[in-house]
Design a protein around this ligand. Structure first.
Ligand code: EPS
Length: 351
C-alpha cells in the first residue's frame, strides 16, 4: 500500500532529473539545506569518478512547498545535470540532431546494456546506459531526504557505516584496497550497514505477505544499482534458535531485550529495537581493463565498452540506502497513524 508515492525521470547526461512526490501531509518543514547536504554526501566517498568533480548536486523545489512548509499538494523536485552542457547535442530530444557521437555497441558484462538493448530493441547501447546509470540515485536521494525530514519530526534518525571494501574488513585498509583496484584498472564493491533508531512498534504487518516491512525494505535496498544482497539484522547462518533469538528482559517493569539479532523486525513488523539493514554492492561493471564481450552490431568478439566511471561507490550506495529506507518508513508511519497535516499526524502518533 502506497501513501508516500513518487515517480522520477531523467537520464544521466540529460538536462535534469525530476521527481514528483505525493502523499506527504501539510505543514512539514522543508529544509532545503538538509536536502542539499544529503545530495553532497551521495557525491562523496573515496573511489568516485570524475563526474563528481563536474556535478555539484542541489535540488530545486518547484511545487508543493510555500514559505518552507509543505502544502499537502504534490512536491516537484529538480536536480540539474551540469554535465548536460557538454552533452546537449548528444542528448538532444530533436530528431534533426541525430548523431553517432558517444554511441556504443559492446555490452559491459554485469551492466543493463545486454538485457536492456534486447528488451527495448535498441542498437545504440547509450539508450540503455543513460537511464540505467546510477546517476538517477541523485534525485532518489533528494526524495529520500524529504522522507528523512518527515522522520525527524518523530525523532527518528539514522546512520550508516562501511563494513567491507573488497577483501578489506578494517576501515584502515579501505583506501589501500581502492587504490590497488584503481591501479589495476579494476572496480571493487563492498558491504555497509544502515541503522535507524527510535522507531515505533508495529510498522508493517504479519497479516499479508506484501505488508511485511522486511520485504518492503529488502526491495528498496536490493533495487539500488549494483546491490546483490540485503540482510536484516544479524545473518542467522551458524546460529541455533537458542543463540539467535533476542530474549525478553524486564527492567523496572519495562520490557526490554538482551540482544538485537533480529535487526528490529519480527513477524514483518518493527519491534521497537534499532532497525539494522546491511547490503552488499557488487563491483561496478564499467572497468578501465575491460572484460571480454561481443559487439551487438557485428556479432564479433571484442572488449567491453569503457567510459568514465567510479572505481568504488560503496559509500555513496550507503547514503542511497539510508534515504530509500526513509521512503519505506515514512510510508508506513503515514499508513499506521494517518493525518492530512503534520499536526494531525503528530496527534495520532505514539510509540
Ligand atoms: C553517477 C554518475 C555517472 C557515473 C556513475 C554514477 O556519471 P558518468 O557516467 O557521467 O561518469 O559516474 O554511474 C555508474 C558508475 C553506473 O554504472 O551507473 C552518479 O551521479 O552517481
Amino acid at each position: 500500500m502506497e501513501k508516500f508515492r513518487f515517480l522520477t525521470a531523467g537520464e544521466s547526461h540529460g538536462k535534469c532529473l525530476t521527481a514528483i512526490i505525493e502523499g506527504l501531509p501539510a505543514g512539514l518543514n522543508i529544509d532545503i539545506d538538509f536536502i542539499n547536504s544529503e545530495l553532497k554526501r551521495r557525491q562523496q566517498g573515496y573511489g568516485r569518478g570524475d563526474r563528481m568533480q563536474i556535478e555539484s548536486d542541489t535540488a530545486e523545489i518547484t511545487s508543493g512547498v510555500r514559505f518552507g512548509k509543505t502544502l499537502g499538494s504534490p512536491i516537484t523536485l529538480v536536480v540539474k545535470n551540469r554535465d548536460f552542457e557538454s552533452w546537449k547535442k548528444i542528448m538532444s530530444v530533436a530528431p534533426e540532431d541525430i548523431t553517432d557521437e558517444k554511441a556504443f555497441s559492446t555490452f559491459r558484462p554485469g551492466h543493463a546494456d545486454y538485457a536492456g538493448s534486447v528488451k527495448y530493441n535498441q542498437t545504440d547501447l547509450r539508450n540503455i546506459l543513460e537511464r540505467s546509470s546510477a546517476r538517477k540515485t541523485a534525485i532518489e536521494v533528494a526524495v529520500g531526504a524529504i522522507a528523512k525530514l518527515f522522520l525527524k519530526e518523530f525523532g527518528i534518525e539514522c546512520s550508516s557505516e562501511i563494513t567491507q571494501i573488497g577483501t578489506a574488513c578494517c576501515c584502515d585498509k579501505f583506501k589501500e584496497e581502492i587504490d590497488l583496484t584503481k591501479e589495476n584498472g579494476d572496480s571493487v564493491g563492498g558491504k555497509f550497514v544502515v541503522v535507524y533508531k527510535n522507531l515505533p512498534i508495529g510498522l508493517g504487518s504479519h497479516v499479508h505477505w506484501d505488508r511485511g516491512i522486511d520485504g518492503r525494505l529488502a526491495q528498496v535496498v536490493m533495487s539500488i544499482p549494483a546491490v546483490k544482497a540485503v540482510e536484516i539484522g544479524e545473518n542467522p547462518l551458524g546460529y541455533y534458535g537458542s543463540t539467535y533469538h533476542d530474549e525478553f528482559t524486564l527492567n523496572n517493569g519495562e520490557i526490554g531485550r538482551s540482544s538485537n539479532h533480529a535487526g528490529g523486525i519480527e513477524g514483518g513488523m518493527t519491534n521497537g529495537q534499532d532497525l539494522v539493514i546491511s547490503a552488499v554492492m557488487k563491483p561496478i561493471p564499467t572497468m578501465r581493463k575491460p572484460l571480454k564481450s561481443v559487439d551487438s552490431k557485428t556479432h564479433q568478439p571484442t572488449e567491453a565498452h569503457f567510459e568514465r566511471s567510479d572505481v568504488c561507490a560503496v559509500e555513496a550506495c550507503s547514503v542511497v540506502a539510508e534515504t530509500r529506507i526513509a521512503w519505506v518508513l515514512a510510508n508506513e508511519i503515514l499508513l499506521k497513524f494517518g493525518g492530512d497535516s503534520i499536526e494531525e499526524l503528530k496527534h495520532n502518533y505514539h510509540k
